[in-house]
Design a protein around this ligand. Structure first.
Ligand code: ADP
Length: 243
């Protein structure tokens, strides 16, 4: 379980996360909110990538500050939407990078490392492009490679930052399919999104974030309703096609 206790964060003088406390224990959690509400910042704080100005994060009752970078890399894998230059590395090489926290002192891959890499490549149907340069891939294929690199990390928590933004319907279905596969592993998923329907139908619990504060949290099927969405996005009314 991840316990977030009285977390506040500022970029320079601007308050981005405002005294948030919550326990995250479900196998899939969505952080929903408009652009700029602090979703990505919260995800980075939860995973130890950013240090909060106030408050504490506990992972299974241990303060996150007590974990080494290597321990954190085994605990958290992040699939972000930020552009990543890949310098001509192949699909296989990029995926192998996810095993880095597990490599021996000499940096050699073990039989187990190879097995996990091969299984993941098969699982995500990447065999036919295994040797291809990642620069030449479509955006959907690149997304799959990022998922694969995160999965070979065998994280306890898979953090997905806006996994469906910029994806067409077929790639959105692919992400849904991948998430359902991941649920079979012992991995919890935390995603940020402004895609209400995606969270409602695929993610069990949901936290609604507005201007750095949690305004609602609970089971997605209960929390995601017209009244709460209007408040979340500061809207007076909602058209019928929204939920
Ligand atoms: P969201 O993921 O909900 O869109 P973010 O967490 O990315 O929101 O950003 C929250 C706020 O923090 C925004 O106002 C954004 O401009 C600001 N912000 C994000 N990253 C930085 C940064 N590196 N430096 C300064 N301000 C930032």
């Amino acid at each position: 379980m991840i316990s977030v206790k009285n977390i506040s964060f500022r970029y320079r003088e601007k308050l981005i996360i405002d005294d948030i406390s919550i326990n995250l224990s479900s196998d899939s959690i969505g952080i929903l909110g408009p652009n700029g509400s602090g979703k990505t910042t919260l995800l980075k704080i939860i995973s130890g990538l950013l240090k909060s100005n106030r408050g504490e994060i506990f992972i299974d009752n241990s303060n996150i500050l007590n974990f080494s970078p290597q321990q954190l890399a085994k605990m958290f894998a992040i699939v972000s939407q930020e552009y990543e230059p890949t310098y001509g590395f192949s699909v296989e090489e990029i995926i192998e990078m996810g095993r880095y926290p597990y490599l021996s002192f000499w940096g050699f891959q073990s039989k187990n490392d190879r097995k996990i890499i091969n299984q993941t490549i098969e699982l995500l149907n990447l065999e036919s492009i295994r040797k291809n340069r990642t620069d030449d891939l479509s955006s959907g294929e690149r997304q799959k490679v990022r998922f694969a690199r995160a999965l070979v990390q065998e994280p306890k928590y898979l953090l997905l930052d806006e996994p469906t933004s910029n994806l067409d319907l077929s790639n959105k279905l692919l992400v849904t399919q991948i998430l359902n596969t991941i649920k079979e592993f012992d991995t919890n998923i935390i995603i940020t999104s402004h895609d209400i329907d995606f969270v409602r139908y695929n993610i069990s619990e949901c936290v609604m974030l507005s201007s750095g504060s949690i305004i609602y949290s609970g089971l997605s099927k209960n929390v995601i309703n017209k009244k709460n969405i209007k408040k979340l996005f500061s809207l007076d009314s909602l058209p019928n096609w929204v939920i």
